[in-house]
Design a protein around this ligand. Structure first.
Ligand code: NAD
Length: 309
């Protein structure tokens, strides 16, 4: 699989990468053995970057991922996890908590270091604290050899911009902002390019909106976005294809995005996703799908503290 540089980290990441939230059964119940096979399938077919968090399944995703990675050579994968978010409404970006959190993640994952540690969903915290306290604490962990690079994740682009403009981070992870229905992330790319910050795009299927199954009940999108995405999925079905295919192809095509994280605990889905990104996009279908999605293009939803949106 094609690889791209991740900012100035020196890492070369596969354009499609594996998001392990599904291993924590965040979308629907999953079979652990399937999840482990999905991880192995991803690695065998050329994915080399994996992202997880203690929040996913309230530590379950890290635990299952740790089982999957047992016995896999450490140089076969680049591993990212997060710190600061521990539940739907449980956030703690203090130096003390994130420092402890990294040790807990290393134990669950069964590794002695992670390649990337990210402050998870910073818009729920005090951004000044993230800059002045959380990131400096993570830098001390880098000196201790427990993490190699440092990043931040979140939905509202102003929150990511705030941090990038005030301190050095190696990466940002943005989600649901570069997919068929929303390319809002484009507005942040010039700043990220200027600062040479590695760009990780997550959720090319907009957390299920761009699938035949549709989004789960907890999905924050309103009825207008859901209906437009369902209509686009219906058009793809009608043309004998799957909207997930077009969605994956669309997100990985942007050369300024180092990698796009797709999540699934299904070996079949991950195999499809990987094969799809090596096939050409259907330009006519893309045109028609974007027409359907035009009325909701770049429409997102609020996340976190109002002042961080
Ligand atoms: P996604 O857009 O990748 O969609 C996942 C959903 O799509 C799951 O229900 C999955 O079963 C389904 N799916 C996957 N492949 C499919 C296929 N080929 N056909 C049909 N359905 C398919 O959303 P996601 O999982 O939320 O995002 C991917 C990863 O990005 C996460 O696992 C996580 O690692 C990361 N992420 C991080 C943040 C953050 O840091 N705040 C937020 C969102 C996502």
């Amino acid at each position: 699989m094609l690889r791209r540089p991740l900012g100035k980290t020196g890492l070369q990441v596969s354009v499609l990468s594996y998001g392990a939230s599904s291993l924590g059964a965040v979308f629907h119940a999953v079979n652990e053995d399937d999840g482990i096979r999905a991880v192995h399938t991803a690695l065998d077919l050329g994915i080399n970057f994996i992202d997880v968090s203690p929040f996913y399944g309230l530590t379950k995703a890290e635990t299952v991922l740790g089982k999957a990675l047992k016995g896999v050579a450490r140089d076969r994968y680049i591993l990212a996890t997060k710190a600061g978010r521990y539940g739907a409404d449980a956030f703690d970006f203090s130096a003390r908590r994130v420092t402890k959190s990294v040790d807990e993640s290393l134990a669950r994952l069964g590794v002695d270091h992670v390649d990337l540690i990210q402050c998870h969903d910073i818009e729920f915290g005090d951004l000044k604290q993230v800059v002045d306290e959380t990131i400096p604490a993570l830098r001390r962990l880098r000196e201790a050899g427990k993490v190699k690079f440092i990043g931040v994740t979140g939905l509202p682009l102003p929150a990511l911009q705030y941090v990038v403009e005030r301190t050095h981070v190696d990466t940002i992870l943005s989600y649901c902002r570069y997919s068929l229905n929303d390319t809002g992330l484009e507005s942040l790319l010039p700043l990220l390019r200027q600062k040479n910050v590695g760009v990780i795009n997550a959720s090319p299927l907009s957390m299920g909106l761009l699938t035949d199954r549709g989004a789960p009940d907890w999905h924050p999108a309103g009825p207008e976005i859901r209906a437009a995405c369902a209509a686009a999925a219906e058009l793809c079905r009608h043309r004998g294809t799957d909207i997930a295919k077009l969605a994956v192809q669309y997100s990985v095509a942007c050369p300024e995005i180092a990698t796009t994280l797709v999540g699934t605990a299904s070996p079949e889905y991950i195999r499809n996703n990987i094969q799809w990104c090596e096939q050409p996009m259907d330009g006519d279908l893309l045109h028609d799908v974007l027409e359907i999605l035009k009325p909701i293009a770049n429409k997102t939803w609020p996340s976190g503290r109002p002042e961080n949106n």
